[in-house]
Design a protein around this ligand. Sequence first.
Ligand code: C5P
Length: 323
Amino acid sequence: MSANLKYLSLGILVFQTTSLVLTMRYSRTLKEDGPRYLSSTAVVIAELLKIIACIILVYKDSKCSLRALNRVLHDEILNKPMETLKLAIPSGIYTLQNNLLYVALSNLDAATYQVTYQLKILTTALFSVSMLSKKLGLYQWLSLVILMAGVTFVQWPSDSQESSSKELSAGSQFVGLMAVLTACFSSGFAGVYFEKILKETKQSVWIRNIQLGSFGSIFGLMGVYIYDGELVSKNGFFQGYNKLTWIVVVLQALGGLVIAAVIKYADNILKGFATSLSIILSTLISYFWLQDFVPTRQKAKLWGYSTLSTKIKIAFILKELAF
Ligand code: C5P
């Protein structure tokens, strides 16, 4: 049963990440009139949707009794403030992380950012070993090291990158790199901390997600006020929302639920590999279906080298994707 849930949750994660990436890419190519939606408000809406979905799941677990639901929410969330407070840590770190990634994207080109951020697979493994006493076999470490090699490999400037990196000053590249490296550590730590809480305490994954989402909404609202307070008071909270925005928001909320299930039934390391798989998938769909990804000759040749690990190929593909 739990092995089924493990592969089911990993499969849904691959599907969810792939569709989110493709929808976001598609939404970026659309030309819209009027104001663009504010990503800070989208974060809050996604958190609220996650909480609503989790409340429905807890309701289902309580045999669809409103009274039982009310009791569980009271007993597990309101009456255990210290347990609830534990979730403020990963929630706060995730908020910080989202901001760091924003800093990184403003100072680095998208390809370097995407590739460097994959280092989080290694930090996640290191935190899993140190905080959860997980043991990794030789092949597992080897695949992580191959990933690292792939990432280093793509950092080597190619002709096209040299011209784009000239536009970004060395100082700003350094700031961007520091931000993304810090985000790699925060991603590894927050993920493993959440896994530790899920696996070492009795509360259900959905209750834990309600707790995480509640802090996420509070921090998110603070973000709306700080970054976009003026725009919201001028044009409203839902300015620029269209059907596609809602699809992205729902997919993001679904992502939070699936990530929680993957961390519970599989682990953070497998989560990293599943999201890498979705990168290959979205690239292939992009290439064969949307026809907006054209590999250069150099990279096309690499694609054919059978001795190169899939991970190195992913790293090269990532470099081609400029989100
Ligand atoms: O890049 P990384 O894998 O660390 O990103 C994880 C993302 O998943 C974060 O944006 C975090 O807000 C989200 N998450 C979630 N619910 C969880 C765990 C993570 O929404 N239970």
